[in-house]
Design a protein around this ligand. Sequence first.
Ligand SMILES: [Zn+2]
Length: 369
Amino acid sequence: MIKEILADLVRIDSVSSRSNAEIVGYLESRCDAMGLITRRFPYVDDHGIEKINLVALSADVPEVELALVGHTDTVPYDPNWSEATNLTERGGKLYGRGACDTKGFIAAVLTATENIKPNKPFALVFTADEEIGLVGAKRLAQARPLRVRYSIVGEPTSLRPIRAGKGYSLAEVIVKGREAHSAYPALGASAVFRAARLINRLESIATQLKQDQHAAFDPPFTTLNIGLIHGGSAKNVLAGECRFTLEWRPIPTQPSEHVLELLNAAIAEEVKADPDFRCEVDASRQDTGFETSPDSPLVRLLEQATGNEAGTVAFGTEAAQMMKLGSEAVVIGPGDIREAHRTGEFVPVDELERCAEVLRECIAQLCSR
Ligand SMILES: [Zn+2]
C-alpha cells in the first residue's frame, strides 16, 4: 500500500523547475477521498510557472493541534537514470528520485492518516519549491492560513527526531576598484587587493564567531564560507571589480543580522584605512534557524516512538516557517540525507513503513487527548 503510494508520487516528475500542479492534483484527490478539506495556495514563481502549496484539514478550523509537512518538489535527476521516475525495489530499498527526499515521508503521511478520526484537528501541508530556498513554505508562513500547535516536518533523518536547525544566510559582496594598466598601479585601485583585505577580516570574523557556542550543534557555532569569488578582466589590468559570495549558517540563538553587522563593521574599518574603498552588499537570504525545547511533548513523543534521541542539523528546513505559524516543530523522516540529491537515491522499506507507524502514533497521542 505505502509502496504503491510512493510509486505514484515518484512517477510524477516534480523537479522544482516544473509546476507541481500534477503532484498537488494527486495529493488533493487522495485527501478528498479521506474526507479532508483541501485548500490550494497558488503563486507564480520567478520564472512565471504556477506553484501550489496545498493544505488539507481534518476539520474546518483556524487552528490545528498537529501539522504533517512535506515538500512536493525534488532536485533534478540525470535523464540516464532509468529508475528516477520508476520506483524500483531491490534488497529492501526503494530507488527513485524523491524516494528519500521527501516523497517517502509524504507516502508515510498518507498511509498514517488513512481511516483515522482523532478528537482534535490535524492538517497535512504540502509545499512547493523547498529545494530552491524554502520558497513555498515562506509564502505559506506569510499567508498564515492556519495556526499550528505542533509540526512534524518531513526530511530524511533516518527517523531521528531533529529538534533544532541552523539558519541559512547569503550575501553577495561587490568590491569596486579603478581599472588601470598594471604597469602603472598608482593610476588605479585594484578591487582584488581590496577584496582580499576584506576577506582577511572575514576570516578573523569566522574565528571570532566560534566564541558564541550552542552545544547542541556540530560544529557548535555559526560557520561562514566564501564559496565563490570573481574579479578582474585581464592579467595586466588592475581589477575594476571583485565580487564574492558570503554564506553563513547561524545558530538559532544568534540573529542572522549579527554576521551582516560584523561585515559592515569590517567594511567601515577598510574605509577608515582607505577612504576610496567602495563596496556593495546584497544580502539575498536570511533564513532563520529553529529550535524546539528538548522537553517539548512533541520531541519526547518522537523520541519514545522511534527509540532515537533527538538531535540537530546544520542545514535549513521548513521547520522555521512552521514555527512562524505558532508551532513547535520537529524534523523527521525515513531515509538518509546523504542518499538524497544523488543518482541512486533510495529509502529503506523498513524505515518507510516504520515512519507511517510513528506518525500514526503521534496523531493518536497528540490529537486524541
Ligand atoms: Zn527535502
